[in-house]
Design a protein around this ligand. Structure first.
Ligand code: NAI
Ligand code: MG
Length: 488
């Protein structure tokens, strides 16, 4: 059940299966975005703590350590145990996530299920990762082995704290890597509670380590650490570039899942009501704090006016309020920084000539709530059509032909996701082949699945998470050749 006051049990750094204070003794507050007030102080990790965490992860990865001696099936069983504990604590986890992040409780429950799905999908891979036998030239038996990369650093954002954790822990643990993770400073609480479940599930000490703290300190220490072999990051393009540059010093493998400015194209032949619903979900989900948010809604001229009317109506129905109320669909933005940034974008939209149809202001007086906002008459040059807003702002843009809209959809440095709503198979195929995006959805949106690879073209990222490719991100390939007898 929803409970706005869950007991906070863990606030320390998790290293070697123990909760410890920061070496510096420092702490930082995590905020409840519904009230703009501190929930609790959390240990603030920095280089010294990351060093200890990496040391523990490295020891756990030693070839003679229990984790490396385990069968793949045994690794999978540990992940299943963790899943069982998450199911047991489902509502507690969801309440903690709602409190720390602001998302409605019902959405947080959905996120716990999504996290479990990601862990289960990964666990099922554990004993199905195989190499090849290779018909190499010469008298050799040649085969490949798929081996875990080693200690992996994982830096995650605040929009889907548990889900992003599960997307990163799952493949790392299934393949036999060990983990040093930094959760976002805005939302450290569910990661720390999940650490207690890792211990309870019986994972060997040092396999999972979590260091809460800030990006330029704890995050930076992970990116440059010589014993971290791979860094997996989800967050902004700006920080993705910094991490990639910093990882170059030790030639770490890097996977990046960054932002987007995803186009959703609504063709004249679409049912206006259905299309408006798809677009509404695509942009307002999670208060617009979604890397795949459909923030450029391109609508063909024949249905443009009808679509704007319907989209505005829908946005007005969205129930904004306390994340713990049963009928709430829309909570606050995650923090004051994001709140102000989004209101700044809305002001720019108005100034640059877009027409504000609804919303555009704070909801209530407390916390970081923003009314679902719809702009029509948006043009490609406007700031709100170019930059990632990461808030509940829909920009509706007119187009004439499919050919033209494909060019416009691709005229961005981003390439995470795209969608089209049409009854024409031709339109759907032409668009989905031509659009430069890692995921394309036809007559639907946000159809992310743990079984399918997910990631970005261009500056939206490097590598694909989940699906088979997501498992491969955590593997090295070793080629072994054994000389065969040449005489029989
Ligand atoms: P961010 O990219 O700064 O934060 C993401 C993670 O990176 C956090 O854990 C943060 O502590 C860490 N980090 C920050 N600086 C770092 C550094 N120098 N080295 C290593 N780690 C570092 O994102 P932020 O500031 O929270 O949000 C800014 C914008 O980024 C948002 O408005 C949105 O546009 C975008 N964003 C995109 C996300 C996505 O899912 N693709 C998620 C979160 C934000
Ligand atoms: Mg918080």
């Amino acid at each position: 059940m929803a409970n706005s006051n869950p007991e906070i049990k863990y606030t320390q750094i998790f290293i070697n299966n123990e909760f410890v204070n920061a070496v510096s003794g420092k702490t930082f507050p995590t905020i409840n975005p519904s009230a703009g007030k501190k929930i609790v102080d959390v240990a603030e990790g920095d280089k010294a703590d990351v060093d200890l965490a990496v040391k523990a992860a490295k020891a756990a990865f030693d070839r003679k350590a229990p984790w490396r001696q385990m069968d793949a099936t045994a690794r999978a069983k540990l992940i299943y145990k963790l899943i069982g504990l998450m199911e047991r604590d489902l509502h507690y986890l969801a309440n903690l996530e709602s409190l720390d992040n602001g998302k409605p409780f019902n959405n947080a429950v959905y996120d716990v299920y999504g996290s479990i799905a990601a862990l289960r999908y990964s666990a099922e891979w554990a004993d199905k990762i195989t190499g090849d036998t290779v018909p190499s030239d010469g008298p050799h038996l040649t085969y490949t082995r798929k081996e875990p990369v080693g200690v992996v650093g994982q830096i995650i954002p605040w929009n889907y704290p548990m889900l992003m954790l599960a997307w990163k822990w799952g493949p790392a643990l299934a393949t036999g890597c060990t983990v040093v993770m930094k959760p976002a400073e805005q939302t450290p609480l569910t990661a720390l509670y999940l650490c207690s479940l890792v211990k309870e599930a019986g994972f060997p000490a040092g396999v999972v380590n979590v260091v809460p703290g800030y990006g330029p300190t704890a995050g930076h220490a992970i990116s440059v650490h010589p014993d971290v072999r791979k860094v997996a990051f989800t967050g902004s393009v700006e920080i993705g570039k910094i991490i990639m540059a910093e990882a170059a010093g030790t030639l770490k493998k890097v996977s990046l899942e960054l932002g987007g400015k995803s186009p959703l194209v609504i063709c004249d032949d679409a049912d206006v009501e259905e299309a408006a619903k798809i677009a509404y979900a695509g942009v307002f989900e999670n208060m617009g704090q979604c890397c795949i948010a459909a923030t450029r809604t391109f609508v063909q001229e024949g249905i443009y006016d009808a679509f704007v009317k319907k989209a505005t109506e829908l946005a007005k129905t969205r129930k904004v309020g306390c994340p713990f109320a049963q009928d709430t669909q829309h909570g606050p933005q995650v923090d004051e920084t994001q709140f102000k940034k989004i209101l700044g974008y809305i002001e720019k939209g108005k100034k640059e000539g877009a027409k504000l149809e609804t919303g555009g202001v704070q909801e209530g007086k407390e916390g970081y709530f923003i009314q679902p906002t719809v702009f029509s008459n948006v043009t490609d040059e406007m700031t709100i059509a170019k930059e990632e807003i990461f808030g509940p702002v829909q920009s509706i843009i007119k187009f004439k032909t499919l050919d033209e809209v494909i060019e416009r959809a691709n005229a961005t440095n981003f390439g995470l996701a795209a969608g089209i709503v049409t009854k024409s198979l031709n339109n759907a195929l032409v668009f989905s082949n031509a659009v430069e995006a890692g995921s394309v959805w036809v007559n639907t949106y946000l159809a992310v699945a743990v079984q399918a690879p997910f990631g970005g073209y261009k500056q939206s990222g490097i590598g694909r998470e989940m699906g088979k490719e997501g498992i491969e991100l955590y593997l090295e390939t070793k080629t072994v050749s054994i000389r065969l007898p040449t005489k029989v």
